[in-house]
Write a protein that binds this ligand. Sequence first.
Ligand code: SF4
Length: 417
Amino acid sequence: MTAAPRPRLRFADAARPALADTALRRDLRDGAAAVRARRAAAVAETPDWAELRAAGRALKDRTLLNLDACLERLERAVTAAGGTVHWAVGAAEAARTVARLAGGAAVAMPAAPVLEEIGAADALAAAGSTVHRTGADAEFPAVRTAVTGVDVMVAETGAMVLLEWAGDARRCLAVPDALITVAGIEQVVPDRADLEVLLRSLPRSAGERLTPAVSVWTGVAPGDGPAAFHLVLVDNGRTRALADEIGRAALRCVGCAACLDVCPVYERTGPGPYGAPPGGPIGAVRVPLQRGVGSAATASLPFASTLCGACADVCPVEIDIPEVLVHLRGEVVDARRGRPVPTPELAVMRAAAWTMGDPQRYEAALRGGVRWARLLSRGGRIRRLPGRFGAWTDARDLPAPPARSFRVWWRDRAGAR
Ligand code: SF4
């Protein structure tokens, strides 16, 4: 069985093919610009947008602080409505559970980030199920079992709520045998009344006033819809993120994708280099928060950002993604500090700290550096730095430093008075 998707290459390496693909970059740029314009229009005609964002943030924070009790309440409500709740610690366990519940039957499975996260399609195929990915698939009417994601779960009633544009998941509610819904544990809200905030803010943040299909389903009803309803609740590192006082803000995410469409990095690379959905700024924090920064690939993600702050400005639940990115960068640096052989970056930083710790050393280094840099310059610019520093000048050049440093200029000026 193929494992659930995860980043395997450092972001910079994984991004190279996308950066070299001019057509992809043009499509990403045009697509992001169109969504940004639609979102701006939808938000502009919502006078209480700031209040909606604050309410969304408060709702999600309140839920996360009582997540255990909220999930137990959800389980009771789903069970009372005739459904069955399954708990999965990891992605592989969740995928195995989905495959077992499908029992080798053909399934309809519209795309959903959590299904991609756990590798549901591969697990189902390995267990003998034929997977029909979209409602447009001509074999679809014969399918008796469906697997879906969900946007919000209501603990009070056990209701599942899904907003969509094409209506593929809505068709899945009519399968006769079994409906299997997979959700991250953070997707719950306490009460039905809480939907008011998210049903207003989520579509607008995704660039629409309303989504064409808002589906709500609860347990089973004899003679109406599937005979069995299963809810698979996935942790997969979410409790790890919840334990992080700064990082837990990322679990507020409602999956609107607004942060992706304003990110200057995502606009040039697309989702591929992030290794796992959803990618973009929220992916750059969620993956390391859920998996840790132990691998070079996940450790590179917090650095895949300019920290421009556009993602924080648009987020409908006020996640300060740059703050979490900086926090995770600190974790990466701390994790590397204890290594017996320092990374090149750490070695350079230590050498810089040693040099700058003494005024004479600093001036000597400055004089040497200026001489060296001026030797490399042509016409007042340095077009190519040697060795590993060459990566800096791959896409830009540097102005040559002035012959006299500020310190020397200041000393000369003071002496002349
Ligand atoms: S983090 Fe991004 S995808 Fe999640 S709610 Fe905020 S803007 Fe939307």
